[in-house]
Structure formats: structure tokens, C-alpha cells
Design a protein around this ligand. Sequence first.
Ligand SMILES: *Cc1c(COP(=O)(O)O)cnc(C)c1O
Length: 425
Amino acid sequence: MDLAFDRRHIWHPYTSTLTPLTCYPVSSAKGVMLELEDGKQLVDGMSSWWSAIHGYNHPYLNQAAHSQIDKMSHVMFGGITHEPAINLCKKLLSLAPNNLQHVFLADSGSVAVEVSLKMALQYWHAKGESRPKFLTLRDGYHGDTFAAMSVTDPDNSMHSLYKGFLPEHIFAQSPKTGYWQEWNESDLDDFKQKLNQHHQEIAAVILEPIVQGAGGMRIYHPNFLKGVRDLCDQFGVLLILDEIATGFGRTGKMFACEHADIQPDILCVGKALTSGYMTLSATLASSEVAHTVCGGDAGCFMHGPTFMGNPLACAVATASMELLEQNHWQAQTKQIESLFAELLPKLMHYDLVDDVRWLGAIGVVETKSPVNMENIQAHFVDQGVWIRPFGKLIYMMPPFISEAEHVGKLVGAIETALQDPNCFQ
Ligand SMILES: *Cc1c(COP(=O)(O)O)cnc(C)c1O
């Protein structure tokens, strides 16, 4: 591979053209393994950012892609419909909370978030109310497009860069009580106070249920989410749940909102929707939301991407849902969770470790010093694993098909990194 060309001309996520970091050339992937160009095999601990839940190069998903591409890869969705979209939306509605009855197919997670925010704004517009604000949590992450950025944590993201351009929304303290800790009601105080003060201008609350992902890998108590649902009902504000990271079994439940036994008014899914085969996302809405939006002056929901409902992506996503229906994801994520519960607390013996936490197939080691990205990445590759930390967070969300030996190897590689000062700043 022409890595010199890559370094000189290609942007990777959040990278500099001036000081590009090393990129490892992957030539193929199968099951839980990534294969580098030189033949080295890495146990994947990332599922390509939450997405490849069934592992790579899966025969059933490959078959779905092959048989769809021989019929058509894409047709427009305006005025046309097709079997792959219908099949997928049927599956989605059968898996999602049962109050959700309408599906908007979109291209990426960020777009699904944009769509959800637009739905909420159109909902209140149709009711003749002006509600230009959203309420969300600190430490959240909802994507890189403008509206999604505007509800992402203002301090650990790029808000200050875009000040004056980003709309300013309302941020409540994120929950402090961890998933496995004893619930503390005062966690909800700030949220309650913000809602009380601003509810007349708030269109919706948007948050990541149970696990705040890219904004800090925080795993919080279900009672917080229950409280949020109650307060939204009490103040008459819509609740949007962003399950782009947590959806499809990752937290040990099909959707993370099931931990709190609540239903959102609008739900965003993405990432694992196609099990990492291609980009696709969806925004699901209740009938009350959908019909109110469409009953307004506009007479429709104002959005329609060119590649909406891409048949190839829909066919693979349907196959991925079928695997979820038959493929023992509950036992798999339970096994991964009990391995994390057994192995991660042992790492607390290292001075460098500040906290360890886990839920379902998510395991997190928070360190006291930030990692040295270049060195720790080289260390992990040397140890035969693929883990991509950020800041003080070394985290794993392996494919559900990972066996005990794979999880052991991932945690083992983190342990040896903790023994190597070069891996940290
Ligand atoms: C990744 C992510 C997004 C953005 O999805 P993209 O596909 O990267 O646009 C939004 N919300 C959450 C919770 C995410 O984890």
C-alpha cells in the first residue's frame, strides 16, 4: 500500500495534514480478526466503532449483500419503494420500543440526529409554539454535523471553534451515579432545575441512554433515565434517545432504554445497524410525533437524502437483524460482561488506573494520565490487538462473537500497556 501517499494526501478522522500519525494498513478482516498487510493478525476490540457486532466477513451478511447487488444496488426513494427497505423497517419496528411506528431512513448517525432534532422542531411548529432550544447532558456526543455538534458537550468538543455559528442549547450535569452503584436521587437535581426554568422554550431533551460514548464512556444508573422520562412527561417536552452507539444489544439489552423500562418519543439508531458493512441509520418516531409533524403547515417532514433507503445497505441491515433474532447475542454479551467484571477490577492495582467500568460488551479503563497515542497504538499492534483509546480512556467494545480468549487478550494488552510508561504522556 502507498502509505506515503496516504500520509501526504488523505485525512483520517480528526487528523492533521501537518503531523499525521501512523496508520496501520489493513488488508482484510474475518470474524474478530483484522489482518494487516504484512500478514499480522489483530484481535479487534473496537468493532470498528461499535458497528461490526457480528464480526467481519460474515457469510450470512455477505450472502445478503451479494444477492441484493445482483438485483440493484441503489434506486431513489422518492416515489419509489422496495423490498429491502420494507423488510428492514418491519424488523426495526418489531425490535424497537412498541410506541415507535414510523421510520425515517438516513445515511449516517449524525444525519439521524439532525433528522430527530428537525422532527422535534417541526412538531412544535405544527402546534403553533416557538420552542427553539434543546436540553441535553454534559459529556454527551451526538455527531459531527452542526446541529449534532450543538448538543454535544461544549467543553470537550469543538464548540469554541464554531462559536457564533452553533446555536446555543441547554446543558444539564451528567449523572454521577454509575450503573452498578447505589442510586442517588440528587443526580437529577440539575436536570430538573434546567427543565423547570426553560421548559417553555425546549422542544426536546436529547441524550444517550445509559452509556455516554465518545464524550467520556460514562455508564450511568437506569434511575436517571427513568427520572428523565418522568420529567419530560411532567413538563410536556419530547424525549429523543440517541442509541446510535448503544442500540442492537451492545449494553446487554436490545436497546439501552430497556434498562430503565422506558420508551422515547424519537429514537436514533446507526452504527451497528448494518453490522458495520456500510453506512445506514434510522430515526424512529411515535405516531403522535409523526402525525403532528405532518399535520402542520409544511404538510410533510422536510428531509430527503439522495441515498435514502439504499437497498444494498437495507438488505444487509435486515440480515443483521435476522442474526440478532437467532444468534444468541444475549448469551454472548453476558459472557463478555462477566469477563470484564472478572478481569477489569484487577487493573485497579495499577497506580495509573483511575477507574474501570463495564456493561454488556463494553469495557472501559480510565487512566490518570492521557495515553501517548502513537506509542500505545504501536504497543497494541505489537501485542496482536486493535484498541484505539482517546485521552484517558482505553475502552473496548468487541464483536459479540468474541470468545473468552479474545477478551483475555484485549485486557492483557491493556495490562502490559499500563506497565509501559512510554504508552502514556
Ligand atoms: C457515533 C455516534 C454518532 C454519530 O454517528 P456518525 O455515523 O459518526 O455520524 C451520534 N451519536 C452517538 C451516540 C454516536 O456514538
